[in-house]
Design a protein around this ligand. Structure first.
Ligand SMILES: Cc1cc2nc3c(=O)[nH]c(=O)nc-3n(C[C@H](O)[C@H](O)[C@H](O)COP(=O)(O)OP(=O)(O)OC[C@H]3O[C@@H](n4cnc5c(N)ncnc54)[C@H](O)[C@@H]3O)c2cc1C
Length: 448
């Protein structure tokens, strides 16, 4: 029986360990802090609070497929239907998100023509996408790409706030090929992003407005973690940090702060800097590339208010254009987005902070969230409960050049037999992608 060692107990590591178990390997997983990693659901007094990720997109099927394998089908929930799903704050007022967005691209001309997000000139410029020729081959900064195809207004008032709310950091320099390969593909295949999106959306049956684009579990994202933990009973060593690794006898020797292990297969399911710390002493050829993946911080402030004295909110939330000068990237109205996240009569609001704003410290984050809320809703309300979470350098950014860095990392990885690097740093930052990554790597190593 092959022995598999997984270092890191976020969803990438848990999925890798699960796959190893399914394939009959003997698996051990070391996690230094808490199982689930960035997934942090707090369940208390009738609240289900996600201080970390709160949704998986359905059209990336790997998280929900794993959930079904683990018997969680009945616990999968969709968002509450809402038309429009969300708003964007531009020029001092909330504008409905146009219907039928393909990632960030308007796929219907009707809603594009009607939206108040763009000026008439901005709409005209966006429609030029229908006629513009294809751009150059190769990678490109996401901001430049959107402006080239659809104009500055679509970038500033729609694409930047939307992607800043998902990826955090500065979306301008995200790599088109690494973060949005499907948009490059649309241009390659259809030339026009709008025409290509129209075709893509016809095939895809989920939409933001229909409430079926995003999914979670009745008990929050941690329900998936709990099911994996139950399945991996006996294999998990929590509170144990891997401190050194070295190739040994065709496999690996792993040292932790508590013990020593040997395994034929070693999966590092860690943030890139932590993987670099373990690999650097071995002379790993792509240590610099690992360290060159930029990370930025994120933070969330979740506030529970008495609904009876709280202003009406519409949709699932609001995102802010940077020009509006809010501290947060946006607010999610959790009680309106998901069923049963708070007791009756509670308005549950979550502010999302990214970059340097996220590192301000708990007191300042709370002040900033309340100030933003007051400015947005015109009300000074005292929350009944508050949950604050901080993810220092917690989000990798796939900036231009990411695919070159990844190629170098993969080449160096191949030099070391029985090693895999998986997780959010590499082939997709979302929960579905890290699950796919962990399972794929283990299948390849155990089959090969
Ligand atoms: C605020 C926030 C909101 C998000 N929202 C969404 C969302 O809505 N939908 C979505 O799909 N994605 C979302 N994401 C992204 C997603 O949550 C993460 O990318 C994903 O959970 C990362 O999983 P991972 O296993 O790669 O890494 P992690 O979860 O970071 O796990 C790595 C683990 O390795 C452990 N570790 C580190 N060093 C060592 C060591 N030496 N020895 C042992 N263990 C070690 C760490 O303690 C950690 O538990 C969000 C992220 C954040 C921060």
């Amino acid at each position: 029986m092959k022995r598999v060692m997984v270092v890191g107990g976020g969803l990438a590591g848990l999925a890798a360990a699960y796959e190893a178990r399914q394939r009959g390997a003997e698996v051990t997983l070391l996690e230094k802090e808490r199982l689930g990693g960035k997934v942090r659901t707090i369940r208390e007094d009738g609240f289900v609070i996600e201080t970390g990720p709160d949704a998986v997109v359905r059209y990336k099927p790997w998280a929900l497929a794993l959930a079904r394998e683990l018997g969680l089908e009945a616990s999968i929930v969709g968002t509450l239907p809402s038309r429009p799903a969300a708003y964007i704050r531009v020029r001092g007022r909330n504008h409905e998100l146009p219907e039928g967005l393909n990632v960030v691209i308007p796929s219907k001309l009707g809603p594009l023509a009607r939206t108040s997000l763009f000026s008439p000139l901005g709409k005209f410029r966006a429609a030029l996408d229908l006629f513009l020729p294809r751009g150059p081959e190769g990678d490109e900064a996401f901001g430049r790409f959107i402006r080239r195809r659809l104009g500055a207004e679509v970038w500033e008032n729609l694409a930047a706030p939307l992607t800043g709310g998902i990826y955090g950091g500065d979306p301008e320099n995200l790599s088109l090929l690494a973060a949005f390969p499907m948009l490059k593909e649309l241009e390659r295949k259809h030339r026009s992003l709008i025409l290509g999106s129209l075709a893509a959306m016809k095939k895809r049956k989920t939409s933001r407005e229909g409430g079926s684009l995003f999914a979670s579990f009745t008990g929050g994202q941690a329900q998936l973690v709990d099911a994996l933990v139950a399945h991996l009973n006996g294999s998990l060593r929590v509170g144990e940090t891997a401190t050194a690794i070295e190739p040994a006898g065709g496999g690996w020797r792993i040292e932790s702060d508590k013990a020593e292990y040997e395994a034929e297969v070693l999966v590092l399911a860690l943030p890139a800097p932590a993987a670099a710390d373990l690999l650097e002493p071995l002379g790993f050829a792509a240590t610099n590339e690992l360290r060159a993946i930029p990370y930025h911080s994120a933070a969330t402030v979740t506030l529970a208010f008495d609904k009876s004295s709280f202003p009406e909110r519409r949709g699932h939330g609001v995102l802010f254009a940077r020009s509006e000068g809010f501290h947060a990237r946006g607010f999610t109205w959790l009680d309106q987005k998901w069923p049963h996240r708070a007791p009756e009569g509670i308005a549950l609001c979550r502010a999302y902070f990214s970059g340097s704003e996220a590192d301000a410290g708990e007191e300042k984050l709370l002040e900033a969230a309340l100030a933003d809320l007051e400015r947005l809703l015109g009300v000074k309300a005292a929350p009944e409960r508050v949950w604050i979470d901080h993810f220092p350098r917690g989000m990798p950014a796939y900036t231009v050049g990411h695919l070159d860095r990844l190629r170098a990392i993969e080449a160096a990885e191949k030099e070391l037999a029985g090693l895999a690097l998986v997780g959010a740093a590499y082939r997709g930052v979302g929960i579905p992608e890290v699950i796919r990554d962990g399972r794929r790597a283990v299948s390849e190593l155990l089959e090969g």
